[in-house]
Design a protein around this ligand. Structure first.
Ligand SMILES: Cc1cc2nc3c(=O)[nH]c(=O)nc-3n(C[C@H](O)[C@H](O)[C@H](O)COP(=O)(O)OP(=O)(O)OC[C@H]3O[C@@H](n4cnc5c(N)ncnc54)[C@H](O)[C@@H]3O)c2cc1C
Length: 380
């Protein structure tokens, strides 16, 4: 495409959704400027921190199983291309104690999507993983081609790849209000008093999306406070490393999950229950004793060998929760050249490359997104 005909697209937000979108838009031949207030995978962003789980088990939501499969292929392709490990394929183990609706619904979808997995019964599980208390576990799904991704390091790698392919990056905050007139947006104001004019705009602002577009998105993206803990394992003990354990997801009364190796940062334990509303800009990120106690109690129950393990680190992050936990991928209803991308709802990171690929195609072709991702679903 000649430079004269090249559309200029501004992508605001260099997290999992925006970074990959910018990269794929560049590959569609656009001139792309990626803008972020604090940097890709920064400590306030939902994509911050060391690691994220990648799995294809999604209960009855086949759309995300297929999206995760596509994303995994893209993660693998890019880590080879960029010569750095972003994906750790240590598997994901889904433990089922009582209610197994979610896992049961997932099995035929996993099969249909040709995801490599095994169904394990309680006794077999206890034999393979003696470090897990399997007394109450009835059965499990072991996703073999799944595991974890590096988070902030992957966001930095995407930026690097984007720059190497001719993208432009600016560290600045886009100022509100965003002023779309006559059905289009032409210019955004930045925190350094400059402005940026482009032909199209993608806002992938994670937990900030509702504040930037209060009338169109507003509370449809609610930042919720989530706490993550990293416990110390006994020195030299390999039972709790990624050599011996996969990522686990415990879809019991509380949905607890964790990552054993976690880039050597300690044994990660998190509670997926949605916490209270959180201010992603000014919120203090100190953990609460209550959430720590839940993590400790869980650890003592599920991994008795780690009972009383010392806390090494903790993180407070936020989900960018949509009402139905589906993503938001849509045009702004009153500005045809503005796209809104977000609502990762605690499960968006793994899908970054597939979302980026999809959004770049939509922006480049003008196609309409699937109904399940559109804002109009909330009006029904
Ligand atoms: C604790 C925790 C655990 C999670 N676990 C998993 C998991 O295991 N697997 C998984 O797949 N997902 C997981 N998720 C969800 C996943 O991390 C998110 O859905 C995903 O990272 C969201 O990416 P994003 O690009 O939409 O948002 P973000 O990463 O928040 O990116 C938005 C970016 O926009 C920038 N920005 C905002 N406003 C402006 C502005 N005005 N001007 C310029 N820039 C701006 C911010 O600086 C930020 O970098 C988890 C999330 C959390 C918090």
């Amino acid at each position: 495409m000649s430079r004269a005909k090249q559309p200029h697209i501004a992508v605001v937000g260099a997290g999992a959704f925006g970074g990959w979108t910018a990269l794929f838009l560049r590959r569609h031949g656009a001139r792309v400027t990626l803008i972020d207030a604090w940097g890709p995978g920064n400590s306030r962003a939902s994509s911050g921190g060391e690691t994220r789980v990648i799995r294809a088990t999604y209960g009855p939501r086949a759309v995300y199983t297929h999206m995760a499969a596509r994303a995994l292929a893209l993660w693998k392709e890019h880590q080879t291309r960029w010569r750095r490990q972003l994906y750790h394929g240590i598997g994901v183990l889904w433990l089922v104690e009582s209610d197994d609706q979610y896992e049961k619904a997932a099995v035929p979808i996993l099969r249909d999507a040709r995801i490599a997995f095994e169904e394990l019964q309680g006794a077999e599980l206890a034999r393979r993983y003696p470090q897990i208390n399997c007394e109450q576990v009835r059965w499990a799904i072991l996703e073999k081609d799944a595991g974890y991704l590096t988070a902030r390091r992957a966001c930095a790698a995407v930026l690097e790849g984007f720059l190497a392919e001719g993208g432009e990056y600016r560290q600045a905050a886009v100022q509100t209000p965003i002023d779309a007139r006559n059905g289009e947006l032409s210019t955004i104001k930045l925190s350094d008093d400059s402005s940026l004019t482009a032909d199209g705009f993608v806002f992938a602002c994670g937990p900030w999306l509702g504040t930037l577009f209060p009338d169109v998105v507003g509370e449809r993206v609610r930042p919720t406070r989530q706490e993550v803990f990293f416990f110390g394992t006994p020195s030299g003990d390999r039972r709790f490393t990624e050599e011996a354990l996969p990522v686990w997801a415990d879809h019991g009364t509380r949905f607890m999950y964790g990552i054993p190796g976690n880039e050597w940062r300690g044994f990660k334990v998190a509670d997926d229950s949605r916490g209270p509303l959180f201010d992603p800009t000014n919120g203090e990120r100190a953990p609460t004793p209550e959430a720590l106690q839940i993590a400790r109690d869980y650890l003592a129950y599920r991994f008795p060998g780690l009972k009383g393990a010392p806390l090494l680190e903790s993180r407070v992050c936020q989900y960018e929760q949509s009402p139905d936990e589906h993503f938001i991928i849509d045009r702004h209803p009153r500005a045809a050249n503005v796209w809104l991308v977000g609502g990762g709802s605690g499960h968006g990171f793994k899908h970054g490359p597939a979302v980026g690929e999809l959004v770049a195609r939509l922006v480049s072709t003008g196609a309409t997104p699937d109904e399940q991702f559109r804002l109009s679903r909330f009006a029904r």
